[in-house]
Design a protein around this ligand. Structure first.
Ligand code: 5GP
Length: 349
């Protein structure tokens, strides 16, 4: 047994210190970024936020709405090939903003091959496994890279330096960071495993950038300010689940309760998800996700406008005219209280 004495921080342990700025308006802040990917050599351009590959977030409808803002979507892995073909035929201009997701099985590789053969315009792949430390994950990543040398490859999830380096050296372009921070994730409760997301992002971004790779911080953003903190910490991309859930584009059923509208949101390892997609929860598996019922929020474009406005404002407070410069302009301060919650239960809606 070993105890590390270093303090690991989460988004709510810090605030960003304001700095002298010559920027007069949020309008003057550029949020789009252009990345050259190390292994695929492809260029990726857009606002580096990615809708999570959860089945009520990474939908085709979400991709259509978010692409209007040049925001990306990791499409969930449960669409059939015919559905992909229809989507591609009707929305050719959106394909540059989507990732095809697969997990660890060989049948998923076959499905990926099939999709990319039929729709070669798709440029990006996401290999998503809850535990990116397992041997078969690394093998899966190497297989996918060998099959598709010129597609952008995002893979995870991990939270530490060495494995980030190993993934980049094994062909990954964007390493996905996060074990246990998610809004509907119960991994930390069920297993006691995890690393606070801000520190994990700082550590893995440093490792990846040293090798010319990129990182996507995945999970744990609950306020717009957390997204800015993630970018300030060095994340190239930020993946959002909960913040984009319960919208029209989530494809969920609207549930009426006492005259109010709600929509379900659930973790991809929750019993609800496992039963929906696999018919059962295997005996040897515990569910590591939960289901929640959230107030329905209408079209996602309103939420996106709020998110982008918030990030622009952060950039103005610290004098970053481009999102790219935010890490350079970020000084985090450790705080014991970040938000005044005194009237939280009295909000007028
Ligand atoms: P959020 O933005 O909601 O805080 O986090 C979204 C992320 O949570 C997803 O991208 C994914 O990495 C993670 N996640 C989604 N479902 C589950 C689950 O059932 N269990 C765990 N451990 N993580 C999940």
């Amino acid at each position: 047994m070993l105890i590390e004495e270093q303090e690991y921080l989460d988004f709510d342990n810090v605030l960003i210190k304001p700095k002298r700025s010559t920027l007069n308006s949020r309008k003057n802040v550029t949020l789009t970024r252009t990345f050259n990917t190390k292994n695929s050599k492809l260029e990726v351009e857009g606002i580096p936020i990615i809708a999570a590959n959860m089945d009520s977030v990474g939908t085709f409808e979400m991709a259509k709405s978010l692409a209007q803002f040049q925001i990306f979507t990791a499409i969930h892995k449960f669409y059939e090939i015919e559905e992909w073909e229809n989507f591609a035929k009707e929305n050719p201009e959106i394909l540059k903003y989507v990732f095809v997701t697969i997990g660890s099985s060989d049948t998923e590789i076959e499905k990926l091959q099939n999709i990319l053969q039929k729709i070669p315009e798709i440029r990006m792949i996401c290999v998503d496994i809850a535990n990116g430390y397992s041997e078969h994950f690394l093998n899966q990543v190497k297989k996918v890279r060998a099959l598709f040398p010129d597609k952008v490859l995002m893979a995870g999830n991990v939270v530490t330096y060495e494995i980030t380096e190993e993934l980049i050296l094994s062909g990954v372009d964007i390493v996905k960071i996060g074990i246990g921070p998610g809004s509907v994730c119960t991994t930390r409760k069920m297993t006691g495993v995890g690393v606070p997301q801000l520190s994990a992002t700082i550590e893995c971004a440093d490792a990846a950038h040293g090798l010319g790779g990129l990182v996507c911080t995945d999970g744990g953003c609950v306020n717009v300010g957390d997204i800015s903190k993630a970018f300030g910490a060095g994340a190239d991309f930020v993946m959002l689940g909960g913040m984009l859930s319960a919208h029209k584009e989530s494809n969920g059923e609207i549930i009426f309760r006492n005259g109010e509208q709600f929509m379900a949101f659930y973790g991809m390892s929750s019993s609800k998800s496992m039963k929906k997609h696999y018919g059962k929860v295997n005996d040897y598996r515990a569910s590591e996700g939960k289901e929640v019922l959230l107030p329905y929020r209408g079209e996602v474009k309103h939420t996106v406008q709020e998110i982008l406005g918030g990030i622009r404002s952060t950039c103005t407070y610290v004098g970053a005219d481009k999102l790219k410069h935010l890490p350079k302009r970020t000084t985090f301060i450790k705080v014991s209280r970040q938000i005044n919650t005194v009237y939280n239960n009295f909000e007028r809606t």
